[in-house]
Design a protein around this ligand. Structure first.
Ligand code: UD1
Ligand code: UDP
Length: 365
């Protein structure tokens, strides 16, 4: 059976990593990389560090406005899918890449499998929210990470037979790869010491698209750096928008390039806590029992914020300051560390078995 996987951004590469070698063994497996992310440290480094083979196609789409980027992807994906004639197409999560892949495949009547289905922020101003909803509704098999996502899909009218709650593949990827971080020299490289710095990542459109919201973040990190070391691997979107708004990050903050996956996991594992608007980082942090202040007004990972492992701090500087002051207090941090959370085990095996069964039994019917 022929499976085409479509990916394009760094978190999609991480999410494919645990199952890629298995798909290569059991299917005729073809990978299309849209080239949505293309800098070495946003793309190729993940293939190298995770020991993944090269994609079969690279579409070199690059950056662009929402419709421009998605439309260009669709045109190229369509030509390939018409030639390759896969039995199914697999896409991940919520960037423009999975939307393009799912739209094209479903119009060609090729069954679509959506990994990380059902996540919702209920904020339709986010491009990712539109992408998730549309990708789910183009999909035939929906692999949901948790019960919250399952309930969202049921509410939107999906048949329960289409949905499988498989757990969170990011936990699997992190658990498999955390053994490699011990050799990392990233702390020494940036003069950081264990448990004595805060790791910050910001890249979402809602935090970077206008000067006011990005200014709130800039002011907050300046405040934070007056209390503790702050290291800020800068996503290229944030780098570009800071420049275009004429905003500068306080020189006390260690602003660094986007890091490789292993270096970044090391930065998570040794941090005191994390401030982020990333989806993946919220999930990875809990594997290392680190608390995230989520610099957003909503999150898809409510099962972590509901129990208090992560904190939905909003992107307003006064709230971020209030919460970070709390986390600078050892008692509060230790209280959060003691909150228990149960990880799903072996998500990859579950996913592979479900996809195999779907390809061998359901598609042919
Ligand atoms: C995209 C996803 C987002 C995901 C994120 C992961 C969409 C709508 N958003 O956001 O859901 O969380 O990837 O990081 O798909 N750029 C570079 N080099 C690169 C890639 C991007 O310089 O290799 C710069 C370009 O100026 C580009 C900007 O970053 O315009 C944004 O890139 P894009 O892929 O459009 O969106 P992300 O913010 O990365
Ligand atoms: N990541 C990385 N280096 C960095 C920042 C993030 O390797 O400098 C990894 C991180 O470990 C996670 C993924 O990139 O696996 C998350 O990507 P991002 O935050 O860009 O996207 P999101 O998860 O929000 O879609």
């Amino acid at each position: 059976m022929k499976l085409v996987t479509i990916l394009g951004t760094r978190p999609e590469i991480v999410k494919l990593s645990p199952t890629l070698p298995i798909f290569d063994k059991i299917f005729e497996h073809i990978i299309i990389h849209t080239g949505q992310h293309y800098d070495y440290n946003m793309d190729k480094i993940f293939f190298e560090q995770l020991h993944l083979r090269d994609p079969d196609y690279n579409l070199d789409i690059g950056s662009g406005r929402q419709a421009e980027q998605t439309g260009k992807m669709m045109m190229k994906i369509e030509s390939i899918l018409i030639n390759v004639k896969p039995d199914a197409v697999l896409v991940f999560a919520d960037p423009n890449t999975p939307l393009a892949g799912a739209l094209v495949a479903s119009k060609l009547h090729i069954p679509v499998i959506h990994f990380e289905a059902g996540c919702r922020s209920f904020n339709k101003k986010m491009p990712e929210e539109i992408n998730r909803i549309l990708t789910d509704h183009c999909s035939d098999l929906l692999l949901a990470p948790d019960k919250v996502a399952y309930d969202n899909l049921i509410r939107e009218g999906f048949d329960e037979k289409q949905i499988h709650v498989v757990g969170d593949i990011v936990f699997d990827a992190t658990n498999r790869n955390k053994q490699f971080i011990t050799d990392s020299k990233i702390l020494e490289k940036f003069g950081l010491t264990d448990n004595n710095y805060v790791l910050v990542t910001i890249h979402r459109a809602e935090n970077t698209a206008n000067k006011e919201s990005l200014g709130e973040i800039v002011d907050f990190v300046k405040y934070l750096s007056s209390k503790i070391d702050v290291v800020f691997p800068l996503h290229p979107r944030t780098r570009d928008t800071l420049k275009s708004f004429g905003l500068t990050i306080d020189p006390k903050i260690k602003v660094i390039e986007p890091q490789g996956y292993i270096e970044f996991l090391k930065l998570i594992s040794s941090s005191r806590f994390i401030v982020t608007d990333s989806g993946g980082v919220q999930e990875e942090a809990v594997v290392f029992n680190k608390c995230c202040l989520v610099a957003r007004n909503e999150t898809e990972w409510t099962r972590l914020t509901d129990i208090g492992k992560n904190i939905l701090a909003t992107n307003k500087k006064e709230n971020l300051i209030k919460w970070s002051d709390k986390l600078l207090n050892d008692d509060e941090l230790n209280r959060i560390k003691k909150i228990s959370f149960e990880f799903e085990n072996d998500v990859s095996t579950k996913v592979v078995n479900i996809i195999k069964d779907f390809m061998e039994n359901d598609i042919k019917k």
